[in-house]
Design a protein around this ligand. Structure first.
Ligand code: SAM
Length: 292
């Protein structure tokens, strides 16, 4: 059962938000095909693009445009009117999941406000596909969509994300991928782990995971890597290890040695055994003596 913020309108049809493939047509789900065949109308980001997909699957449902420029006002009201009249409508974008860096937000919001049931029909999504195969922490992540096209705006957005601990996911246009990686390298640092996921599910699918400086060099050296569709993932920030912290194991070693020899000698030997700096252990031993 799907809720809606407005009073639910039982006479109205349902708006299905249907994911389509991001390359490989075999990723079209059986449920998506059924819904797209059964609805009265398909709201599509680009009807000329989607007509080819529908022809491929033998779907004859009428298509109507629901793109960035018309969906905010009259575009959405046209679909809302059909839904309120009892017709089921499916929303699709050119590829992947609608609303994810694609149109549909205004239509979905208006439908829910009108008490119309909105049902997701999940499937391909480039950011999720990339994350699922990246080997970067996936328990918490943030999706930043497209970065600003100009370097000044891009660098200021990246600077805000410099100490973000969650895995970062970006969409990027192929002609900007190199500049984007250059800016990431200079702001996040050369060593930060990253991954470029290019042409997912397609013939030239590439997933390349490297520290940012090496990933930038890899893309710079091969112009083929500057083509096709891409997702960039960057590991979240981790606080540098505190080299001067005396862990419990180093403290245990120091305690044992202090019982057997003078403080200076114990600190030097503990430093050799544990790798913690001698001065730090010496200070820890002094603090310990003060406490007693
Ligand atoms: N709605 C789509 C989704 O669910 O992923 C995203 C649409 S957005 C307009 C297009 C961007 O998604 C591309 O510029 C690229 O960053 C990413 N993308 C889409 N398909 C991709 C693919 N097959 N491989 C890599 N990235 C892809």
């Amino acid at each position: 059962m799907t809720d809606a913020p407005g009073a639910s309108n039982s006479a109205a049809g349902t708006l299905y938000v249907v994911a389509t493939p991001i390359g490989n047509l075999d990723d079209m789900s059986a449920r998506a095909l059924k819904v797209l065949s059964d609805v009265a109308l398909i709201a599509a980001e680009d009807t000329r693009h989607s007509i080819r997909l529908m022809q491929h699957f033998g779907i004859n449902t009428p298509l109507a445009a629901c793109h960035e420029h018309n969906e905010r006002e009259e575009g959405s009201s046209r679909f809302i009117a059909r839904l309120l009249a009892g017709d089921n409508v499916a929303l699709i974008s050119d590829a992947g999941t609608p609303l994810i860096s694609d149109p549909g937000y205004h239509l979905v919001r208006q439908a829910r406000a009108a008490g119309i049931a909105v049902v997701p029909v999940p499937g391909a999504c480039a950011l999720i596909a990339a994350l699922s195969a990246a080997g970067l922490p996936s328990d918490r992540f943030i999706f930043e969509g497209f970065l600003p096209a100009k370097s000044v705006g891009r660098r200021s957005r990246l600077s805000l994300l410099k100490e973000e601990p969650r895995t970062l996911i970006f969409y990027e246009a192929p002609h900007r991928i190199l500049e984007c990686l250059q800016d990431m390298e200079s702001i996040f640092g050369a060593e930060r782990p990253a991954l470029l996921a290019r042409e997912l599910t397609k013939t030239f699918e590439t997933l390349k995971g490297l520290p940012l400086a090496e990933l930038r060099a890899f893309v710079e050296a091969d112009s083929n890597q500057q083509r096709g569709e891409c997702v960039v993932l960057v590991a979240g920030w981790t606080a540098p290890a505190d080299e001067d912290a005396v862990g419990s194991e180093a403290m245990r070693v120091l305690d044992l040695l202090l019982a057997e020899m003078p403080l200076k000698r114990a600190a030097a030997l503990a430093a050799e055994i544990t790798g913690v700096r001698k001065n730090v252990l010496y200070q820890a031993a002094l603090d310990k003596q003060k406490d007693h």
